[in-house]
Design a protein around this ligand. Sequence first.
Ligand SMILES: Nc1nc2c(ncn2[C@@H]2O[C@H](COP(=O)(O)OP(=O)(O)OP(=O)(O)O)[C@@H](O)[C@H]2O)c(=O)[nH]1
Ligand SMILES: [Zn+2]
Length: 409
Amino acid sequence: MDPESSDDEVPSLVVPDIEQKTSQPITQDEAPDLVPSITTTDPVTKVPITIVTGYLGAGKTTLLNYILTEQHGKKIAVILNEFGDTIDIEKQLTVSDASSTSASPIPFVPLANGCICCSVKDVGVAAIENLMEQRGLFDYILLETTGLADPGNIAPLFWLDDGLGSTIFLDGIVTLVDAKNVLKSLDEGAGDERKEEEGVRHDDHGPLLTTAHLQISHADVILVNKADLVSDEELQQVVERIQSINGLARIQTTTKSQVPKLEGVLLDIHAYDQVKDADLVFASKGHSHLDPSITTTTLQFPPLTPSQIPLFDTFLRTLLWDNELPHIAPSAYTPFEIHRLKGRIPLRSSNGQEGKMLIVQGVRDVYDVMEVEGTGEKEGGEAKLVLIGKGVGQEAVRESLGMSLVEGG
Ligand SMILES: Nc1nc2c(ncn2[C@@H]2O[C@H](COP(=O)(O)OP(=O)(O)OP(=O)(O)O)[C@@H](O)[C@H]2O)c(=O)[nH]1
Ligand SMILES: [Zn+2]
């Protein structure tokens, strides 16, 4: 919902009233050129995009190669965002798609010299728009980020930029984790060479908040790769640490980034347009907080009445846009940061008709609330709002929600 619309509608996509950094028109020679290919006039069908992220050397390119050589019948375009001149090496690695029978090579967009999440955002958007001129040649986009990218800055690009939002949709964020080195990265920031000017997210309120934390906390799927390099115990320890950070993501352990199945597991997962009850089961079980920086917490509460909907939306806005907890004195809680949120909120229908449901999705300060038909669950189903981030487990968050939903409060 944009700020102007009336409160009683169920808000749809809401974005903070940040002045949008309007992307300056990129001159043609700035936007990377595409591999030449046939243009087609296929009607606009929204093309899914999967963001592949993960630390340097975790196995992103190995995954892309694996996907490009698997027989899945998809025509995939690849956007490679690598620092500096590794782009050519990556290009050979990535678009060597032996299996592609199509005469034209895979549409491939190199985005070198910077990180799409911070320094080449506009070029990235222009490159994707450019790519979409060739739609019809492909029906899926894979975007491999640099090893140092913060996916929380990239995901909203596909929500915020209504130009892009009309032709592509974010299907999910896949994070590759190096089983052998991830704990060091999380505990010591090993390998986190983000430059200060990029606003390195080492948090001065306590424990380290590294790029590895961000890539894990924002993931919809996490591949714990290089399993062959660690013992079973070490692998289990890594999986448990990652699960305690992100209780929503589906986690697989892999070697050479090879997953048994792509469809519905890595691709076409629709992580942003639906929230199934099964998605929230693990997160709702409550877990030991193994990581000092980032945790997952689940707020459970009774179904909302129609008049509580705007109260709930005000709670979300204050939480995500103002970084404050309504009704709680700032001195009564420590600074928090929301990376990802998902919710299924049954609505108590006033006349007993089968309850509708609010589905909530959020990444950092961009969130989306959709009203959908209930799935026939009995009315008493609890509402669940799962938060992933820093400081989300403090009792004040729960209290603030409870006080926010008091009608006439
Ligand atoms: N032992 C082992 N090596 C792996 C595995 N997966 C990938 N590798 C190797 O690890 C190295 C890095 O893999 P890449 O796929 O290039 O990793 P990346 O994340 O794309 O790396 P950057 O582009 O530098 O960020 C390559 O030599 C891969 O062959 C694995 O499961 N086990
Ligand atoms: Zn970046």
